[in-house]
Write a protein that binds this ligand. Structure first.
Ligand code: KG4
Ligand code: ZN
Length: 333
């Protein structure tokens, strides 16, 4: 079975084709980052209009080069309503014209299942740390569509905290990768930032206090002092990573599993990768990261999640896009 995947939940237009045995056979990604940079964040209306411009030509190329699919999978949420509607409308219309199923895929499930595309794929059950610009959560994945929330952020998402802190250090949007680059030049020990909730039981996160502490520290800085900015970036990154790693370790213990899958844009962060390997892998658990281009938003993870569900016999239900759609509302195929 060959599945066409469409991702338009935020500021990336992603199209891919996933096929049994072969995996991802076609893939294209268009990032709107340059369009939104001037505004310091994603502008929903600009995002929707640009998806309208980009998506149809990308789908046409996919069909011409990968051949006609047997099913369509589109991101139906969570995300920006207008942006989601573009992918959902095109996906459902094409599928209806061809008489093939169009499946509404949950974006978060797409992220969590992305590591299953790799050659060292984990098996269910495993714990997933999902860290992106909009979400930060620890989830026990017991099977396809069977997820239990172990912890979530009480305020900002980890990626959002990276982006906001980067912005107050004068770095362009999206700031996560920029902050990581600056932090690599920083030295440890100059700034002491809090690690919110690290001593509290459970797996919930909070990042707003860390972000505010970074704000106060940044205010004292001389803007021209590049070394001090790098040191502060490093202190922020270390604090954020410490919290993510400690809570992941706790989630593995709580769920009693020995595999941790890391997904979402922040999973591209090198310090997070290294620290998890250091502190979690060394305790006998396996840490699985998707390739960096599968960590951030893309069409392949949607094609893949849709393919799994269609291959398991699921048939499309109600077609509805949702700005909010939690993982625990999902059911197995
Ligand atoms: O999963 P994603 O592409 O989009 C959402 O669904 O949110 O994640 C994007 C987020 C942004 O906040 C971005 O700054 C962050 O991932 N990010 C990083 C890195 N690369 C991307 N954060 C820290 N370090 C990185 N290397
Ligand atoms: Zn995402």
């Amino acid at each position: 079975m060959k599945v066409l995947g469409i991702e338009t939940s935020c500021d990336e237009t992603g199209v891919a084709v996933y096929e049994d045995g072969a995996g991802v056979v076609w893939e294209a990604l268009y990032s709107q980052v340059a369009l939104h940079r001037a505004y310091g964040g994603v502008v929903p209306e600009i995002a929707s209009r640009d998806h309208v411009r980009r998506l149809a030509p990308m789908v046409e190329r996919a069909l011409a080069e990968a051949g006609p699919p047997d099913g369509v999978a589109y991101t139906a949420g969570p995300g920006l309503m207008g942006a989601l509607l573009v992918g959902a409308s095109l996906g459902a219309a094409y599928a209806s014209a061809r008489g093939i199923p169009a499946l509404a895929v949950n974006h978060l499930e797409g992220h969590i299942l992305a590591p299953l595309m790799s050659t060292e794929a984990p098996r269910f059950p495993f714990v997933a740390l999902l860290v992106s610009g909009g979400h930060t959560m620890l989830v026990e994945a017991r099977g396809l569509g069977d997820y239990r929330l172990l912890g979530t952020t009480l305020d900002d998402a980890a990626g959002e905290a990276f982006d906001k802190t980067a912005s107050l250090l004068g770095l362009p949007y999206p700031g996560g990768p920029e902050l990581a680059r600056l932090a690599a030049k920083g030295r440890p020990g100059r700034f002491e930032l809090p690690r919110p909730l690290i001593d509290r039981a459970g797996c919930d996160f909070s990042f707003s206090g860390l972000k505010t502490a970074a704000l106060y520290a940044a205010r004292e800085l001389d803007e021209a002092d590049e070394d001090a900015r790098a040191d502060l970036a490093r202190a922020f990154e270390e604090a954020a990573v410490d919290v993510l790693v400690e809570k992941s370790r706790r989630a593995l213990d709580a769920a009693g599993h020995d595999a941790l899958v890391v997904a979402g844009g922040v999973a591209a962060n090198n310090r997070l990768r290294e620290t998890l390997q250091d502190r979690v892998q060394s305790r006998g658990a396996r840490v699985i990261f998707p390739a960096p281009d599968l960590c951030t938003d893309n069409g392949a993870m949607i094609a893949h999640a849709g393919w799994r569900r269609l291959a398991a016999g699921e048939r499309p239900g109600e077609s509805r896009v949702r700005a909010r759609w939690s993982l625990h509302e999902l059911t197995p195929p």
